[in-house]
Ligand binder design. Structure first.
Ligand SMILES: [Cu+2]
Length: 158
């Protein structure tokens, strides 16, 4: 009995020890998110391990409407900056994909995509804090009210 309990304890320890190794695999630092013609992302929360030195995110537009009518992008910001970046994005206009050039509040972003298109961005995590308050949004005018979510860097997956 004691022997069995010991064996189980060792097995549990071994499993616990090696789980975080998976976080180092490249694939776990890749994210996918889709947006549609109903002005919705398919995910409200994105998570990556803080072991990721960089993150690669792909935005898919699963709809059919053109970029000018229902364009979507994916913009990463500090939570409190979301409303200001949404406003600044509107001001930047379609030619800039609704992302103000050189805006330090924009931590990462994709291009604006229309129905059937996708875009991928890879960005370093060096400037991100584990457990920080990060949000993502679409800056196409009027979209951020519905199109926003939480980006979690490190901490427990959700
Ligand atoms: Cu959008």
């Amino acid at each position: 009995m004691t022997m069995l309990r010991h064996t189980l304890a060792v097995a549990a320890l071994a499993a616990a020890c090696c789980l975080p190794l998976r976080a180092h695999a490249d694939d776990s630092c890749k994210l996918e998110i889709s947006a549609n013609d109903q002005m919705m992302y398919d995910k409200q929360t994105l998570w990556v391990s803080s072991a990721c030195k960089s993150v690669t995110l792909t935005l898919h537009h699963s709809g059919k409407l053109p970029k000018a009518a229902m364009g979507h992008n994916w913009v990463l910001v500090n939570g409190p900056d979301l409303p200001a970046v949404a406003n600044a994005g509107m001001g930047a206009g379609a030619a800039s994909d609704y992302v103000p050039a050189g805006d330090k509040r924009v931590l990462a972003h994709t291009k604006l995509v229309g129905g059937g298109e996708s875009d991928t961005v890879t960005f370093p995590t060096a400037g991100l804090k584990e457990g920080g308050d990060y949000k993502f949004l679409c800056t196409f005018p009027g979209h951020n009210a519905l199109m926003h979510g939480t980006f979690k860097f490190g901490g427990p997956p959700s």
